[in-house]
Design a protein around this ligand. Structure first.
Ligand code: MF3
Ligand code: CO
Ligand code: CO
Length: 259
């Protein structure tokens, strides 16, 4: 069953989404050489406390941290660790805040560097490297996917757009994990895969709120799960990225809440 959110629900998710965006912005600025992913997680936990939100990841199967931080070939569900970032590492920070009873889900990927701008989510624009191109395609895929989150289209329109953008650039999407409805619960119906068929799947309606997630890799899509039981990495050890926004479908179209 897909929950349709009320105006009040969406108002609350909007507030929580802004808090998530602020925390993300601060966290991404910490993605600098020499800092451990554990330290980034600690800082995020502190910011959540300060903002009066709760890390809901800890509600999932005894997961012990507020965030998943996935470096280079680690694709998703990376556990914060003592590993100190090196210049050029590709780092995804996935964080989930609960504002009151409302769940928000948000992930972004940046390169570890000493020279982040004030808004690291927009840092890619002046860089022609292969890695910058890879990350730009991820952002573009997310944006195009979100532009298909409109009344009358279907979940498959979101998924297939995401897939095409990634594959047209020569990259691959993950098969085993998906985006999802979000808001009242952390993971709601429907599943929103990173691949799909135009015109297929559930009909999109105003009041739906989705965590739309692009999970993609520069090589092929085979995965391995690490010994910690959580970290999902690319089998070919090539780099991967993940971009996720919580998005509400309102009368005015898709509204990105985590921005
Ligand atoms: N945030 C992840 C998602 O995008 C889920 C993390 S669950 C956890 O759906 F247990 F790993 F934290
Ligand atoms: Co997430
Ligand atoms: Co999610």
């Amino acid at each position: 069953m897909i929950y349709i959110k009320s105006i009040e629900d969406i108002n609350n998710l909007r507030i929580g989404g802004k808090i998530s965006a602020n925390i993300m912005n601060n966290a991404l600025k910490m993605v600098v050489p020499g800092v451990s992913t554990f330290e980034i997680n600690e800082k995020i936990e502190k910011l959540m406390k300060k903002e009066g939100v709760v890390p809901w990841f800890k509600e999932i199967d005894n997961y012990p941290y507020a965030t998943c931080i996935s470096v280079n070939e680690a694709w998703i569900h990376g556990m914060p660790s003592k590993y100190k970032l090196k210049h050029g590492d590709i780092v995804s920070i996935d964080l989930g805040v609960k504002y009151g009873k409302y769940y928000i889900d948000h992930c972004w990927t940046v390169v570890a560097t000493n020279s982040h701008s004030d808004n690291p989510m927009l840092d890619l624009n002046h860089d022609d490297s292969d890695i910058a191109k890879f990350l730009k395609v991820g952002v573009e895929s997310l944006e195009k996917a979100i532009s298909n989150f409109v009344e009358g289209l279907r979940v498959g329109d979101i998924s297939s757009t995401m897939q095409q953008t990634v594959e047209n650039a020569g990259y691959s999407v993950v098969r085993e994990y998906t985006g999802h409805g979000v808001g009242i619960k952390a993971h709601e119906d429907p599943l929103i895969a990173c691949y799909g068929t135009k015109g297929a799947g559930e009909l999109l309606k105003n009041g739906m709120v989705f965590a739309i997630e692009v999970m993609y890799a520069i090589g092929n899509s085979k995965i391995v799960v690490g010994n910690d039981g959580w970290t999902v990495s690319t089998k070919d050890k090539k780099i991967s990225g993940m971009f996720e926004h919580t998005v509400a479908l309102t009368e005015n179209g898709p509204e990105i809440l985590t921005i």
